[in-house]
Design a protein around this ligand. Structure first.
Ligand code: XUL
Length: 509
């Protein structure tokens, strides 16, 4: 039996099909929005807008991406009819607004047309704000004025610009008529699950905690917060559900890709909760670091605690209980920018990152985009050296050391000290970066052979929920450590001093 995990991320859609009995990955397929769907004018997965604080994507692009990814599996001769269950992962916080017509269209999907053609008239808001949007400062201030510290105590996070609640409030205030026409508001994850099952799917506790609406003590939406966010919102939200819930059955529409209709579709979750499962970070003290469009650090929590600085978040853990999450906006796009400035290819970038020393503590805080940790509503990188006078390898080293130092600094509120790190995501292939992270944290760093941990985590959740295969069995079959990097104890002092310098630059306003 095969299980499919789908990862709808900022820059593309990926699929991974696992065969737990044979302990192998049967197939992988990927679609890149910029390259494969240029008609959406979103080279990095979002539209270029005048206001840099606004970041939006066309939800139709996600539908086309999903279909193209399934077609690629089919064209490659993958036995799609052997897939026994599906689950998925969505970039967190992004929201999709559907009108009342959507339910009818979803229940009667026609195989002769694409999903995006059929659903085109079903969006009460044409563009979806995504996690990179920082345009809700005002709404966050209003939520904070109303609920104060209670908001973080109840939802696990203070009012946060990219979170769905403040985004919905802004929509309600600015486009009240369109808000009134909205029947259901989904997250990216629950929207794509909805399409697969042909009816509104629930939101899981992992992704739901990224809305500033879910009460983590009851695992249901907090009535007062939700109604203050936008009147009538309670009725527009899909129910919250545990991550192993079967959302529904696959609709016949997807038979066109060789899938069997009627197979169970498990509730989707956010990319970070899925990555926690896909990297096997179940024990407190073992953190996952995902180096993707955003860099994120996450870990299972033994004890519920919140970040006094307000940058770290608490989410539902798909394996039960809670997880911590700290998100750094300037991840791979910042590395890409510096690679371009240094005029080198990725191989050279990797070689340079490993073979360079940084005795002068040169640092580069890469706020090319407004940063979420620490919160910077204005973009603009910060240097403590003259970047035009330094050779490319110094620039690369300064960037990677700063990214690792930021992770170290902003995880210091966690109660379980980080003793081991499991690394995933594209930049985990960078040897120099792996060592920098091990030395900064003075912790062992393990890499796993699969880089798409969000998709893998979704496939695990499908196999666990529908096939009753325990997570530890899946983890030892698919993601045991491929390589372990040991910290260089001689570098401890260097990074302690670097952390003080980093802190100083970061605190300058
Ligand atoms: C987490 C966050 C990002 C997105 C996109 O809070 O904003 O990690 O999930 O990857």
């Amino acid at each position: 039996m095969l299980y499919l995990g789908i990862d709808s991320s900022t820059q593309g859609v990926k699929g991974v099909i696992i065969d737990p009995e044979r302990k192998n990955i049967t197939a992988e397929a990927a679609v890149n929005f910029g390259k494969d769907l240029p008609q959406y004018h979103s080279p990095n997965g979002f539209l270029e807008q005048e206001n840099p604080l606004v970041r939006q994507s066309d939800p139709k692009m996600w539908l086309d991406g999903l279909e193209l990814m399934l077609k690629r599996f089919q064209d490659a001769g993958v036995p799609m009819d052997q897939i026994a269950a599906i689950s998925g992962s969505g970039q967190q916080h992004g929201s999709v607004y559907l009108n009342a017509e959507a339910e009818t269209v979803l229940g009667n999907l026609n195989r002769e047309q694409t999903l995006s053609e059929q659903l085109a008239s079903c969006f009460s808001r044409k563009l979806s704000p995504i996690w990179m949007d920082r345009s809700t400062e005002q709404e966050c201030a209003e939520l904070t004025a109303q609920f104060g510290e209670q908001l973080q105590k109840i939802t696990g996070s203070p009012a946060t610009e990219r979170f769905t609640g403040p985004q919905i409030r802004k929509f309600y205030k600015e486009q009240p008529e369109d808000y009134a026409k909205t029947a259901k508001i989904h997250l990216v994850s629950s929207f794509l699950c909805t399409v697969l099952i042909g009816k509104h799917a629930p939101i899981d506790y992992g992704d739901g905690a990224g809305m500033n609406l879910l009460d983590l003590s009851t695992l249901d939406y907090h009535k007062e917060i939700t109604e203050f966010t936008a009147p009538g919102l309670m009725q527009k939200l899909p129910p919250a559900a545990a991550s192993d819930t079967i959302a529904g059955e696959l609709v016949p529409y997807f038979e066109k890709y060789g899938l069997k209709s009627g197979i169970p579709v498990i509730v989707w979750s956010g990319d970070n909760p899925n990555s926690l499962i896909g990297t096997g970070c179940f024990e407190p003290g073992i953190a996952g670091i995902s180096l993707g469009t955003s860099d994120t650090v996450f870990a299972t929590m033994k004890e519920f605690c919140t970040d006094p600085e307000g940058c770290g978040h608490i989410m539902g853990n798909p394996a039960g209980g809670f997880m911590s999450l700290i998100c750094f906006t300037n991840g791979s796009l910042a590395r890409e920018k510096i690679r371009e400035t240094a005029k080198v290819d990725w191989n050279t970038f990797d070689t340079m990152s490993a073979g360079t020393e940084n005795p002068d503590y040169h640092l580069l805080l890469p706020y090319f985009d407004a940063e979420s940790t620490p919160l910077q509503l204005k973009s603009g990188p910060r240097y403590n050296f003259d970047q035009t006078a330094e050779p490319p390898e110094k620039l690369i080293r300064a960037l990677l050391e700063s990214q690792a130092l930021s992770m170290k600094l902003h995880t210091s509120w966690l109660k379980d000290p980080i003793r081991k790190i499991r690394l995933t995501g594209g930049a985990s292939a960078c040897k120099g970066f792996r060592q920098i992270i091990a030395d900064t944290f003075q912790a062992e760093v393990e890499t796993i052979s699969v880089s798409n941990s969000a998709g893998l985590g979704a496939a695990f959740r499908a196999a666990n929920s529908a096939g009753k295969i325990p997570f530890p069995e899946l983890i030892s079959a698919f993601c045991s450590a491929a390589e372990t990097v040991h910290p260089d104890r001689m570098m401890q002092k260097h990074y302690e001093k670097a952390l003080c310098i980093y802190k100083q630059i970061e605190s300058e306003r």
